[in-house]
Design a protein around this ligand. Structure first.
Ligand code: NAP
Length: 635
């Protein structure tokens, strides 16, 4: 949403969060009506006009007005909105920030006429806010242009505030009221709610200092403004509740998982599976036999461990299974760990499984289906994350396939690589926003997703890579500081430019890089071990490394190191894939595919070696059936 020239009305604009928002709006060229019951806040108008004039001389005055109004007086409120219209002729943004906290608990309120303090809290915080929203919607609808309403809620509207129950009740009401207005987006009006934890305002100061301290201290006003503008400017946000805390940064409430528990039919709209209803249907021909890559001896050298076998294709498929014609398969750093048997326990156990099929992930088309399988059909494009993907056909349990809109290589990249970044950062990294996040091997398969997701979450991102082309890709992704270790010393850069350290590390290189990252970690910092690619191809396979003084370092700075292995999070795959796909469809997430072509099963060992050469950029993908991929490309 372009802000310059727009007109906003801010209730409670004379003080606290409302005042800060008025200033921020003026600095973006928005004309502002400050609505407040306290006349003393009228001097703000001059400041706003000055701010506005610094940047935008062309606007005629007034660019700000003050209207004295008690929001609980319906007559005064309606006339305040009219005064705004008289001054600016339009209402694009309405921010409802007027609010009070209770100072005496409701059960100690002795008044008999119902005019107790608790009732005033509800009247101002909730009833008047509903009235303001009503007036704003009516004006926006009548004006015929898009508008946005931002209600200032509170973290007390999301979880209990034991000493401020009526305040919490009013804010809980604001949250649910606002979330229930999401469908106004259809009319071009977006209503959202911002729920900050403690901010140093009159209301924030009324909370017990011990609780403020326990929650990590006051939130900086900058974070509140940033959250508010995300809801105001991002045109996809409607009926959204943004929760901001000092401890965790910015998070939308409720999470997708929580929403899933109560959504019935509306959930289906955004479901990745439902996007398959895009008339995509290509029926593959089933051949008598097919080729696949088989691990026949345990070795971290993928080429030596594997061979290509031509096998008979058995039909019908087993009950509960589907036969997938694979079109693209994804190449992963861990293919060499898999071929060395590391995924199957000790060497003896792994050896007893030989020979076994290689490859972790693919996209393709359902070629045959068992009678017992419902909700899938022959010709449906699907993704699968199961062993045996380096094959022309795979028989897979139906519950393990995920319907996708198209069997494109970008979707393969979102599987192991995308999901590792998405789930790893959320679950093991507990990523918030407003932090500094360091990603290693950042231009690789999974690194590319990690940097972008960390940016989308509102973090400063530092990324390491080797080579100019990778540096360019990462800059295109919006990374704030790219360190090309071929040109610069990572240790020196981190020490000089991030003296306080980084808050979160997504580390997948291992060895010396792990040490460097650990030393660059801030107090309370968190390092997630995603992998250790530099150790995968030691002389006898995966080389263990000793990290001297690890415990001492962690203790001295209250830091933590967490491991992450995607297989342990299979319950989250569908939700996160859907999230990634939606970001990709909304053009908020890019997917970089390595330009080198690997065609057919015969090229798989080359592709694995290429990934480990360090030259690849983005996701390395093998096109299993080039002729079929051309058919699909034309659709
Ligand atoms: P990738 O990042 O595409 O791997 C290639 C990149 O890694 C190279 O471009 C190079 O980047 C770096 N690299 C390659 N060989 C190296 C070496 N010997 N020493 C140092 N750096 C080297 O591969 P990926 O499949 O996405 O995997 C990346 C990491 O994530 C791996 O450690 C992998 O095991 C891990 N992973 C873990 C999970 C999990 O569940 N935990 C899932 C997927 C992946 P630069 O030279 O530009 O740094």
């Amino acid at each position: 949403m372009e802000m310059k020239g727009k007109a906003a009305l801010v209730t409670g604009g004379g003080n606290g969060i409302g005042r800060a928002l008025c200033l921020a709006l003026a600095q973006k060229g928005v004309r502002v009506t400050v609505l407040d019951y306290s006349e003393s806040s009228g001097n703000l108008v001059g400041i706003l006009e000055e701010e506005h004039a610094k940047l935008y001389k062309e606007f005629k005055r007034p660019t700000a007005i003050f209207v004295k109004c008690d929001v609980t007086n319906r007559g005064d409120l309606a006339s305040a909105f009219s005064k705004h219209l008289e001054a600016f002729g339009r209402l694009d943004i309405c921010i409802n920030s007027a609010g009070v906290a209770n100072t005496i608990p409701f059960f100690k309120d002795k008044s008999t006429d119902g005019s107790g303090q608790w009732r005033r809290v509800i009247d101002i915080n909730l009833t008047a806010l509903i009235d303001c929203t009503r007036l704003a919607i009516q004006i926006m609808e009548a004006g015929g242009h898009k508008g946005t309403i931002l209600n200032i809620g509170s973290a007390s509207g999301l979880y209990p505030a034991y000493n401020m129950s009526t305040y919490a009740a009013s804010k809980g009401g604001v949250v649910m009221f606002t979330r229930s207005l999401g469908n106004f987006k259809r009319k071009g009006i977006r209503v959202n709610v911002l729920c900050p934890e403690f901010v140093e305002t009159d209301i924030g100061r009324s909370a017990p200092s011990k609780i403020i301290e326990m929650s990590g201290g006051y939130l900086p006003m900058d974070m509140v403004i940033k959250g508010a503008f995300e809801l105001i400017e991002d045109e996809t946000k409607a009926g959204q509740c943004l929760w901001i805390t000092k401890r965790r940064g910015m998070e939308y409430w409720p999470t997708a998982e929580e929403k899933k528990k109560y959504l019935v039919s509306s959930q289906a709209k955004n479901n990745i599976s439902n996007k398959t209803q895009m008339n995509f249907k290509v029926v593959p021909t089933i051949t008598d036999n097919f080729e696949k890559v088989v691990v026949f001896k345990l070795d971290h050298n993928f080429r030596q461990a594997t061979k290509i076998e031509r096998v008979h294709l058995k039909l019908p498929v087993k009950p509960g299974h589907v036969l997938v014609k694979n079109i693209y398969a994804g190449v992963n750093a861990s293919d060499v760990n898999y071929s060395s048997g590391r995924y199957f326990g000790n060497e003896k156990e792994a050896g007893s499984r030989l020979p076994f099929d290689a490859g972790f992930e693919s996209v393709g088309i359902i070629a045959a289906i068992s009678d017992s399988v419902q909700n899938l059909y022959i010709g449906a494009p699907v993704a699968a994350m199961s062993y045996g993907a380096y094959a022309e056909f795979s028989e897979i349990p139906a519950k393990h396939v995920i319907p996708v809109p198209r069997p494109d290589p970008e979707v393969v990249a979102m599987l192991t690589s995308g999901l590792t970044a998405s789930i790893g950062l959320e679950q093991a990294g507990k990523m918030g926003s407003g932090q500094t996040v360091l990603v290693t091997a950042a231009a690789g398969g999974t690194g590319q997703f990690a940097v972008q997701l960390a940016k989308i979450a509102g973090n400063k991102v530092v990324a390491t890579c080797g080579g100019e082309e990778k540096e360019k890709l990462l800059k295109d992704f919006g990374v704030d500081r790219v360190i090309d270790y071929r040109k610069e010393d990572i240790k020196l850069v981190l020490k000089k430019e991030f003296p306080k350290g980084v808050d979160l590390v997504y580390e997948s290189v291992g060895g010396e890089m792990f040490n460097t990252c650990l030393n660059a970690l801030a107090i309370h910092g968190h390092l997630v071990v995603i992998g250790m690619i530099s150790q995968y191809q030691g002389q006898r396979g995966w080389q263990p490394s000793n990290y001297t003084g690890l415990c001492e370092k962690l203790l001295a700075k209250s830091q933590s190191v967490a491991g992450f292995f995607l297989m342990h999070y299979s319950h989250l795959w569908r939700t996160h894939l859907e999230r990634l796909y939606n970001l990709y469809s909304d053009r908020k997430l890019k997917v970089a595919l390595d330009p080198k072509l690997f065609l057919g099963v015969k090229s798989i060992a080359d592709a694995v070696e290429y990934l480990h050469s360090g030259q690849s950029i983005g996701k390395v993908v093998v096109c299993i059936d080039p002729s079929f991929s051309q058919v699909i490309a034309r659709l």
